[in-house]
Design a protein around this ligand. Structure first.
Ligand code: PMV
Length: 333
């Protein structure tokens, strides 16, 4: 099945020029996975091998404004026009191709992100999610979050988790058309949970996550153990969130991230997103834990770490990592 077939099945009769408004606008938070999505069972539809679980980062993410245009798309990111030939520009254009109401229908996309772009902080997740939500507004689709999550998934897998706030589970699903592979919010809130964004480098990642996933699934001898690791970690994370057991949450999230990176190291040719500074920061976290401070980390397809800790330890974490930007995603929900 192709992306366009799935889009047509979801939108049905909704795509009409008559319904198009002057502009569409929407915000989507970025999300950090506590149990990672690593490996696809269908590369065209971004269907994952396993389920995953994330936390959306409150007001950190992307605000997307869309306007219809008569000639060619135009993109801007944080007020700067973005070349259509840039990698992100090309991905956005290919994605928008799925939603043109008629052949000469184009979009002006103005996106504002308040997280560093392409530094492994899931900018593609909030970017594609905000784009889908803004399309829903512009074209007056009136879709529910399940359908919006499926559409966002076609832009970037992890984007399906960014259409809702809070703790979010993306159920892998099993159907070939991917209609049962979408993200849903969990009921629980955890207002004292803090995330520290520890940027060790803003360089763009050397290898796209799509290629790194493909290579890992194809060559890592450890990959066969990953689905079972995910099942166990999802169980622990849900228990930790329900019981507000921070130690269990931190241990599970850190172990899950390290297992994902171990898969990549065991791929061939090997993949490492870590820089020497990443390992130094990990060692600092481990040392702080030895000293009794409950701080953990997770790491995505980039060298930066996201620290996990509780509000009561904020000062101590800030003292140890003065450059970390601290977010309390569920403080004011
Ligand atoms: O959605 P993608 O293709 O950018 O992949 C995201 C992969 C990780 O961020 C490493 C893990 C995750 O679940 O977000």
């Amino acid at each position: 099945m192709k992306k366009q077939d799935l889009v047509n099945a979801i939108l049905g009769e909704r795509c009409s020029l008559a319904a198009c408004r002057d502009q569409g606008r929407a915000f989507a938070p970025t999300n950090i996975a506590l149990c990672k999505y690593w490996g696809k069972r269908d590369a065209e539809l971004n269907l994952p091998q396993t389920s995953s679980l994330s936390i959306s980062l409150g007001d950190k993410g992307a605000l997307c404004q869309l306007r219809p245009r008569a000639q060619s798309d135009s993109f801007s990111l944080n007020g700067q026009s973005m070349a259509l030939v840039s990698p992100f520009g090309q991905r956005l254009k290919a994605f928008l191709d799925l939603f043109r109401i008629k052949h000469d229908f184009y979009f002006q996309v103005d996106m504002q992100m308040n997280i560093p772009y392409a530094a492994g902080l899931a900018s593609s997740a909030c970017g594609f999610a905000s784009l889908v939500l803004a399309l829903n507004d512009l074209l007056a689709w009136g879709l529910e979050s399940r359908a919006l999550s499926i559409l966002a998934r076609l832009g970037s897998g992890s984007a399906c988790r960014s259409v809702v706030p809070g703790f979010v589970e993306w159920r892998a699903g099993s159907s070939a058309d991917g209609m049962d592979s979408y993200a849903e919010r969990l009921d629980e809130n955890w207002p004292t949970l803090c995330i520290g964004l520890l940027i060790v480098s803003e360089r763009e990642k050397p290898l796209a996550s799509r290629l790194a996933m493909e290579r890992t699934v194809a060559t890592s001898a450890l990959y066969s153990a990953w689905p079972e690791k995910v099942r166990a970690d999802l169980h622990c994370l849900k228990k930790a969130i329900k019981e507000q057991d921070f130690r269990l949450l931190g241990e599970t999230a850190e172990s899950n991230a390290l297992n994902m990176h171990a898969l990549m190291l065991s791929a061939w040719p090997p993949i490492s997103y870590a820089l020497p500074e990443t390992l130094t920061a990990m060692q600092s976290v481990w040392k702080l834990r030895e000293q009794g401070l409950l701080v953990y980390f997770t790491q995505d397809a980039g060298p930066n770490l996201k620290l996990l800790f509780q509000a009561q330890d904020r000062e101590q974490v800030s003292a140890a990592f003065p450059s970390a930007e601290i977010i309390q995603p569920q403080l004011i929900e």
